[in-house]
Write a protein that binds this ligand. Structure first.
Ligand SMILES: N[C@@H](CCC(=O)N[C@@H](CS)C(=O)NCC(=O)O)C(=O)O
Length: 199
């Protein structure tokens, strides 16, 4: 049995969605960020990074959304090398650019001690996230990123799309992204994740 360590509304939602899509049995362990659960010794013993997601597998611990999604849902990656690389291209962009842009709002202190620099990072967030949305809207072919078959990249993008409002970006300004988000939200996997209290 797999165990997913996750927190509400965080990037760990993507892993939960793919566990649901693949009808994998898993146990959910909630971390409450308002109680700084991710910094407690009991969790650091599990995931020294102090981040979610973390997945306990029969082989050992796995972290990083991109790695977890590949492990949990290999059938949601195309077989052809180029198509598979395109899926990874999106996932790596989401993890290394868009997620990091978003993190500058709440986690600026990870990069700078100077309060002016931290505030400056916060101010930049709507613009950098908007730039990511402008890039993504060109990629989405609809209804999902790569057409009618979902891939692991869709779960990742749907999860990050939930942060747009908080980052002061209007999804309706990116109609293809808005349609994707609305469409993906109707999937039973999303309803299951919501019912489990992660969304
Ligand atoms: N690169 C990691 C990032 C994981 C990450 O930053 N997760 C955030 C939640 S969205 C977290 O655990 N933050 C806790 C903290 O910063 O204290 C991934 O994509 O899984």
């Amino acid at each position: 049995m797999l165990t997913l360590f996750a927190s509400k509304g965080s990037v760990s939602v993507a892993s939960a969605i793919m566990l649901e899509e693949t009808e994998t049995e898993y146990k959910l362990e909630f971390l409450d960020f308002s109680q700084a659960d991710q910094t407690k010794k009991s969790y650091l013993n599990i995931n020294p990074k102090g981040r979610v997601p973390a997945l306990v597998t029969p082989h050992g611990m796995l972290t990083e959304t991109s790695a977890i999604l590949e492990y949990v849902a290999p059938d949601f990656i195309p077989q052809a090398a180029y198509s598979a690389a395109r899926v990874r291209e999106i996932i790596h962009y989401l993890a290394s650019t868009m997620h990091v842009n978003h993190a500058h709002k709440m986690r600026g202190a990870s990069w700078a001690d100077d309060p002016v620099a931290v505030k400056s990072m916060v101010i930049k967030v709507p613009a950098t996230i908007a730039k990511s949305c402008a890039y993504l809207k060109k990629i989405i072919s609809g209804p999902y990123i790569f057409g009618s078959k979902i891939t692991i990249a869709d779960a990742h993008l749907f999860t990050i799309a939930q942060w747009l409002k908080g980052d002061e970006v209007e999804i309706k300004n990116y109609p293809k992204l808005a349609r994707f988000e609305r469409e993906f939200a109707t999937r039973p996997s999303v309803a299951c994740v919501r019912a489990r209290g992660l969304l």
